[in-house]
Design a binder for this molecule. Structure first.
Ligand code: ATP
Ligand code: MG
Length: 392
């Protein structure tokens, strides 16, 4: 029965000059999300509000599901437009609206009228009283509660009359594109997609880099990362995924450096390469799924060692999260099932049985000198042969 949606967004922080940027980005992200839905929609910005109007048949559930993935939306109000054919007609429509939307009548309600058009024959108070009266007459099980009603029926007198009462929660956050762009180090695990999602929620556009090590990591493992990027893209819009062939670099480190330092040194090269791609693609920072103490390469000492090699800020939104908390989010955002598919990860193949947990920076730097002869060339080749996959 609904034919439109009123989109609510938190207005804190979007006052003044930034407001139109915020709204335009939101409109753009909404249009993008709706492209994937059945039906045609018009998204319009009027009177400091954003509306989505269905201009054809559409699938209500699917549309709501997609809107719930647009960062910046705090609430989605399904709405109907009623032609202004007099107040008597409006009374009938309101009664049938309540019947259709609330089959269970055992609820309290309140009518909240608002007139954008002051030439309407009744004022807001009168509209509230009259419509409240007809609802009570039609459904004696219902009662009025002006403080905490179960149903807040909004009646807005505009060019047409807008009726809405339900508020479906949105994801909150800021529209993607209002906060610059960052490069996500995306592995096939549980953590990194969640980390990317969290930063994107603050309005940041996400590009991603995946370090692939064929033949040690399979095409299936790479496909899993593409699938995860697609899950993230459902919230953020297209993700540019850079796939780096990391095999030669990994083998070279394996040959030249102590095996218990392999993970740390490998991670330092991942960061260096990610930073180079980030700079070439106008990214303002890197994002990883690291959390203190989760594994040997994520102790405070190890994080210090990986952090040292890049100048761009490294955002680690999961830094203080327990695994269970991360799993909860990954289930909510629908990446969990993909993340737990059992394909090998390039880090797990070469890991030492007892990796260092307190790497000494001086020693790490000294051992990296063993790589001097060929590493520059290998990094350059990896960058030159990288594959770009645009994930939608
Ligand atoms: P995840 O669940 O995200 O894989 P993890 O707990 O397995 O994380 P690590 O393997 O130590 O942790 O990796 C830490 C972070 O480094 C990851 O969250 C990710 O951001 C990045 N990373 C690790 N491996 C890769 C890879 N092959 N390609 C891109 N980024 C990677
Ligand atoms: Mg991993």
């Amino acid at each position: 029965m609904f034919t439109a949606f009123l989109i609510k967004y938190a207005e804190i922080g979007v006052k003044g000059k930034n407001r139109y940027l915020f709204e335009n980005a939101l409109v753009q992200q909404i249009r993008y999300a709706l492209k994937k839905c059945e039906g045609e929609f018009a998204v319009r910005k009027t009177d400091g509000r954003i509306y989505v109007d269905a201009v054809s048949e559409f699938d209500y559930e699917e549309t709501v599901e997609h809107l719930q993935k647009v960062f910046g939306i705090s609430g989605i109000c399904p709405m109907i437009y009623v032609e202004d054919e007099g107040f008597e007609k409006l009374k009938e429509t309101v009664v049938s609206y309540i019947d259709a939307v609330y089959p269970d009548k055992n609820r309290s309600f309140k009518v909240a009228a608002r007139r954008a058009r002051k030439n309407y024959p009744l004022n807001s108070m009168e509209i509230n009283m009259e419509l409240g009266g007809v609802i009570l007459d039609a459904y004696p099980q219902m009662h009025v509660d002006v403080h905490k009603p179960d149903i807040l029926l909004n009646v807005e007198i505009r060019d047409k009359v807008y009726l809405y009462s339900k508020v479906i929660p949105g994801p909150g956050g800021m529209p993607v594109g209002t906060g610059g762009k960052a490069m996500l180090l995306l592995s096939g695990g549980i953590d990194s997609p969640v980390a990317g999602w969290m930063i994107a929620k603050r309005g940041v556009k996400i590009d991603a880099v995946y370090f692939h090590a064929p033949p040690y990591t399979s095409e299936r493992a790479k496909q899993k990362v593409v699938d995860l990027a697609a899950r993230v893209a459902a919230y953020t819009g297209p993700v540019y995924l850079h796939v780096i062939n990391f095999t030669e670099i990994q083998m070279y480190i394996y040959d030249k450096c102590p095996h218990d330092e392999l993970t740390i040194i490998m991670r330092r090269y991942m960061m260096r390469i990610a930073e180079r791609i980030a700079r070439d693609t106008d990214c303002l920072g890197l994002i990883t799924g690291e959390s203190i103490g989760q594994v040997a390469s994520q102790t405070m000492h190890s994080l210090m060692a990986t952090d040292e090699v890049c100048e761009l800020p490294v955002y680690r939104p999961l830094i203080g999260f327990d695994k269970m908390e991360i799993v909860d989010i990954s289930e909510k955002i629908d990446t969990y099932e993909t993340s737990i598919q059992p394909y090998e990860d390039c880090c797990t193949i070469f890991v030492a049985r007892h990796p260092v947990t307190k790497p000494n920076l001086k020693i790490i730097r000294r051992h990296e000198q063993n790589l001097e002869e060929k590493i520059g060339e290998l990094v350059q080749t990896a960058l030159d042969t990288k594959e770009l996959i645009i994930v939608r």
